[in-house]
Design a protein around this ligand. Structure first.
Ligand code: ATP
Ligand code: MG
Ligand code: MG
Length: 412
């Protein structure tokens, strides 16, 4: 995809934006962009550079994302605001011209691993409840900032989009690793640059890199593991200390699907498993759509399992079975809510009852927590109280992020 219209080929050692950013290595990539670890020579700190593919359709999506990020940044400096630091901030933006066209670039704080990674590392058994509480509190603070202060709905709250914050010290190790590789004269693994040969061709004398290295990393360079790891996952682990949730905090990232409370871009929002009731039935939605997703994330963090993971089968489509699972867990749904979406009549009969062929055996969140995750009855009772509070089927009555933060389970 490093072709006209696609990614921009960056390499170690390039200076961007009139010599402000020094590019070291790739941090990740997505459908729209590659993300690079760079040194900001003006602010004297490490940053993440998201370089968008050059084709028009990517540039258009990025422009919406940037507009929302500017809105989110605009309120950041207001004093005494809860949650502003729990949402990713765009620090700068510029356009870069290269062999594949013009690329928009966004500059962010460098973040660490995603919550999805933490869940995977728990072997899909879940992380301790004290950590779940800490993470969910911070996510709700971030959402309070987005909703109540910025007027923005995230629309894609899920473990993949919630990342651990990092310190500059942790990040420095990643940069030092890139310097070590270049200095050792070994070819750079693909995860460091898009084009190893380009980086090697541009290699300067060791003395030259020593100077740059010194000016960026300082005299107290960090010791590195003897064998340099090429593996993406291992590398990212450098960003988390032994106790990933002990000191650290989380940040809500990826505003690529967000919208304004008073200006929606789409009727169908959110990643399926985290999609709220009102969107599933094709109804109206508001900021409380994100609150539903928070409950799904909290359950998943605690148990390692999806709260809702419907499949299509002989009875119904994915959405029909998803709604049937919601009915079995949280129902019966009051008639005026069940029939309030333009897709309602596919699932519910005229009296608001679920289509009989879709019916599933009813259960409760408490039971799931005890049976599938071995939680004791008291703990399961308190946790499920909190989850049920967030999973109000009526999106207008569902608590705001601020109200959710007052729940006793979080005060614990
Ligand atoms: P998607 O296909 O998910 O929409 P995208 O092209 O919009 O992808 P992002 O999801 O923003 O790109 O970023 C791609 C990857 O780069 C992320 O999955 C993550 O691994 C990494 N990344 C993004 N932002 C940062 C950051 N601020 N700090 C560290 N790594 C990051
Ligand atoms: Mg993404
Ligand atoms: Mg995106």
């Amino acid at each position: 995809e490093y072709c006209p219209g696609g990614y921009h080929p960056l390499t170690f050692g390039e200076w961007l934006h009139q010599g402000r950013y020094f590019c070291t290595r790739k941090l990740g990539w997505g459908q729209f962009s590659t993300v690079w670890l760079a040194w900001d020579n003006l602010e004297k700190r490490f940053v993440a550079l998201k370089v968008i593919k050059s084709a028009q359709q990517y540039a258009d999506v990025a422009r919406d994302e940037m507009r929302l990020l500017v809105e989110v940044r605009r309120h950041h400096s207001q004093e005494g605001i809860i949650g502003a630091d729990r949402v990713v901030q765009m620090l700068d933006s510029f356009t870069l011209t290269g062999p594949n066209g013009n690329h928009q670039c966004m500059v962010f704080d460098v973040l660490g691993v995603t919550l999805l990674k933490l869940i995977a590392e728990s072997d899909y058994k879940g992380i301790p409840l004290t950590h779940v509480r800490q993470v969910i509190r911070q996510v709700l603070e971030g959402l309070h900032y987005l909703h109540a202060v910025c007027g923005v709905i995230h629309c894609d709250i899920k473990p993949e989009n919630i990342l651990l914050a990092t310190t500059q010290d942790q990040v420095r190790r990643l940069a030092a690793e890139a310097f070590d590789l270049v200095e050792s004269g070994r070819s750079l693994p693909a995860s460091f640059t898009c084009s190893c040969s380009l980086a090697l061709r541009r290699r300067r004398s060791l003395c030259f890199w020593d100077k740059v290295r010194y000016s960026i990393l300082g005299p107290e360079d960090v010791g590195l593991p003897a064998h340099l790891k090429d593996d993406n996952d291992m590398r990212r682990q450098l960003l988390v200390a032994a106790d990933p949730l002990g000191p650290s905090s989380v940040v809500i990232a990826d505003l690529g699907n967000a919208c304004y409370i008073d200006n929606h871009f789409s009727d169908e929002i959110q990643t399926r498993q985290y999609r709220c009731y009102e969107v599933l039935i094709g109804g109206e939605y508001g900021p409380s759509a994100d609150i539903w997703s928070v409950a799904c994330v909290a359950y998943e963090l605690a148990t390692g399992r999806f709260l809702f993971s419907a499949q299509a089968n002989e009875h119904g489509s994915v959405t029909e079975n998803h709604l049937a699972a919601i009915d079995a867990l949280l129902g019966p749904v009051p008639k005026h809510i069940a029939l309030s979406g333009h897709l309602s009549r596919r699932i519910y009969m005229h009296d608001g009852q679920l289509r009989p062929d879709l019916k599933q055996a009813s259960t409760s969140i408490e039971k799931l927590l005890m049976k599938e995750s071995g939680m004791d009855a008291t703990e399961a009772g308190k946790f499920s109280d909190f989850l049920k509070y967030l999973l109000d089927l009526d999106w207008k009555k569902r608590p705001s992020a601020y109200e959710a933060l007052q729940h006793p389970w979080l005060k614990n």
